[in-house]
Design a protein around this ligand. Structure first.
Ligand code: GLU
Length: 238
């Protein structure tokens, strides 16, 4: 197993993400990492080992930014290492992705993306998701991150819960799942994603369990959810 979490609000994201990750520790993991949106870029911190090791490495550094995603990894493709830890990014680091699950057709997708110029840093299955989203995002004249994620997951075989952020869009986090759990936490001026409820329970009790194929777009003040056909889904908190 392993875990995903994400936060978008008005507080510093890094401490909230690390706290939520700790609540997911029981699920087992070999590495952890966070990606925080800040001023048109993404600050990435990740490493092999315990969350406390990541916290120690961050130390007194004040990571600015009020939105981000985080991950605890249970390696399936690629050894546990700093570089293989999530989040993973496209080449320029403008799109970051956390993923639970297994992308079964990653080898084929990797080849397809390499033929189109993508340069890979790791041998994880997850890295293809970052490059694929980037591919669709860059390809369109009026890029939409939501469309890019929707087109990408159409190509993925396997299981996934994904959290996605884009440096150019600091006002949103995108989340999607198939055969892996993901819950959206609805707060007041802040919203969350997590692999399970305890990770975010201290912030909100209003949760929405994403269904397979649904995509959530989290903003600070609201959340939009779309089904596989791209139609809006009414959010009924559980
Ligand atoms: N398959 C991915 C990896 O090995 C994600 C594993 C997980 O669910 O943590 O990096």
């Amino acid at each position: 197993m392993c875990g995903i979490t994400g936060y978008i609000g008005n507080e510093g994201a890094a401490p909230i993400l690390l706290r939520a990750l700790k609540k997911l520790e029981y699920r087992g993991y070999d590495s952890s990492g966070i990606a925080v949106l800040n001023n048109g870029s993404i600050i990435l911190r990740k490493m092999k080992g315990r969350i406390s090791a990541l916290e120690n490495a961050i130390g007194d550094e004040k990571i600015p930014g009020t939105a981000g995603i985080a991950h605890t990894r249970w390696a399936t493709h690629g050894e546990p290492s700093d570089i293989n830890a999530h989040p993973h990014t496209n080449e320029s680091g403008s799109i970051a992705v956390v993923h639970n699950g297994i992308i079964e057709n990653y080898a084929k997708l990797r080849l397809w993306l390499k033929e189109r110029g993508a340069a890979f840093r790791t041998n994880t299955d997850t890295e293809v998701a970052a490059h694929l989203i980037n591919y669709f995002y860059e390809k369109t004249p009026h890029p939409s991150l939501l469309d890019a994620v929707a087109k990408s997951v159409e190509k993925l075989e396997g299981s996934y819960a994904l959290g996605v952020v884009c440096a150019a869009l600091p006002d949103r986090i995108i989340a999607v799942r198939k055969d892996n759990p993901l819950v959206v936490g609805l707060g007041n001026g802040e919203n969350f994603i997590a692999s399970d409820v305890p990770a975010i329970l201290e912030y909100t009790r209003d949760v929405y369990f994403l269904n397979d194929g649904e995509i959530a777009v989290l903003y600070r003040d609201h959340v939009d959810i779309f089904n596989e056909q791209g139609e809006p889904v009414e959010i009924k908190p559980a």
